[in-house]
Design a protein around this ligand. Structure first.
Ligand SMILES: NC(=O)c1ccc[n+]([C@@H]2O[C@H](COP(=O)([O-])OP(=O)(O)OC[C@H]3O[C@@H](n4cnc5c(N)ncnc54)[C@H](O)[C@@H]3O)[C@@H](O)[C@H]2O)c1
Length: 362
């Protein structure tokens, strides 16, 4: 099997889908690995390290795409890469198709076997390849929010931890899963007042017992959300309905009642966002202002910390990549149900029901 690792081209992306250590493993299992030159540099891995691990370095992205049976990426193929996709090729990456109807069309047209990191399932029904990036995005969301709350960045000038004699900032987190729980952890660490809302009482119970009253937990419903965010300095959107378009949990009207200079970080933007007034931004232009509130909605937040993110991501993908190399794609999918749950497109069809539903396919 030939594995192709192109350099990521999304704005500000710094991650790479393969470390030299993963490369060594794949080569030892019998794969040929083609890596685009400089693909790992922004994550701190040099071409020489990949060469020493047995990879072949290739100057041109097109050559990597053309020669590979399996394309291993981080972010979804972008329009500049659509022509590079080879008919019936296997692509293993984040796809987030519910928010990408154009990409879905291309994958169907080219009969791509699209295995989405975000829907690969663990034995317990969890999403092991989404988890590390959600943890990173959750942790980052608080430091990003704190940065944009600063007066010089257009924010209200609230210090999240306050000082003795002043009111700490109020952080409201909607969604208490992987990203939400890690946002809560960072916000508590900074000394903020923290409220977290979810529909799943088990998630709220876990946070309640972990923080012993230090965090307010509430059921997610429109009344509670409206009340809490009217007093929020920083609102974090962290909900997920697996593979589906994110539900709108915060309306424009609720946002318009937030204090001027407050900040929203919608982590769920990769699934379309859970705040009605949100639209995707990029690392180049990360924020915009609406209703006097700063909106941040970068779909590849972990790229801000390319080294940690690359290591976290590839540690999670390694067992699946090894399985694909050892058994071949067909047998690996036939024998490993969790990996097979990652398949979103195959032979010109969308085969993941929630994605099909979100995009209006049968
Ligand atoms: N922007 C980025 O760079 C980035 C990075 C990583 C992950 N993400 C995205 O972050 C989102 C969250 O991922 P996660 O791993 O934390 O998911 P998760 O499944 O661990 O948690 C999602 C939580 O949302 C809750 N939820 C669902 N509907 C809700 C509602 N109406 N109100 C309140 N809570 C609700 C669920 O009960 C669950 O606890 C996903 O869209 C994921 O793809 C984005």
């Amino acid at each position: 099997m030939t594995i192709g690792v192109p350099k990521e081209i999304k704005i500000g992306e710094t991650r790479v889908s393969m470390t030299p250590s993963l490369c060594r493993r794949c080569v030892s299992l019998g794969a040929k690995v083609l890596i685009q030159k400089a693909a790992g540099l922004t994550a701190g891995f040099t071409d020489d390290e990949y060469r020493a691990a047995g990879a072949t370095l290739v100057g041109d992205a097109a050559k990597v795409w053309r020669a590979a049976d399996l394309i291993l990426k981080v972010k979804e193929p972008l329009p500049a890469e659509y022509d590079l996709l080879q008919e019936e090729q296997t692509v293993f990456t984040y796809l987030h198709l519910a928010a990408g109807p154009e990409l879905a069309k291309i994958l169907l047209k080219k009969k791509i076997l699209g295995i989405a990191y975000e829907t690969v399932e663990g034995a317990d029904g969890s999403f092991p390849l989404l988890k590390p990036m959600s943890q990173i995005a959750g942790r980052l969301s608080i430091q990003i929010g704190a940065y944009f709350l600063q007066s010089q960045h257009g924010g209200s000038g609230v210090l999240l931890g306050g000082i003795p004699g002043t009111m700490p900032g109020h952080v409201v987190v909607v969604g208490a899963g992987n990203s939400g729980a890690h946002a809560v952890q960072m916000a508590v660490g900074m000394g903020a007042r923290v409220t977290v809302l979810d529909l799943d009482t088990r998630k709220l119970e876990a946070l309640d017992s972990e923080y012993r009253g230090r965090v307010v937990t509430l059921m997610s419903n429109p009344a509670n959300i409206e009340n809490e965010i009217a007093d929020a300095d920083l609102l974090i959107g962290a909900v997920l309905i697996p593979a589906a378009k994110a539900p709108t949990v915060v309306t424009k009207k609720m946002v318009s009642r937030m204090r001027p200079g407050s900040v929203i970080v919608d982590i769920a933007i990769d699934q379309g966002g859970c705040i009605e007034s949100i639209r995707p931004t990029s690392h180049k232009h990360p924020v915009y202002e609406q209703h006097g509130v700063i909106h941040y909605a970068v779909p590849n937040m972990p790229a801000l910390v390319g080294r940690t993110s690359t290591i976290g991501l590839t540690q999670a993908t390694e067992p699946y990549v090894a399985l694909l190399v050892q058994k071949g794609v067909k047998r690996a999918l036939a024998e490993h149900q969790g990996l097979a749950r990652g398949v979103n497109t195959e032979a010109g069809k969308i085969v993941y029901p929630a994605v099909a539903k979100a995009l209006g396919y049968s």
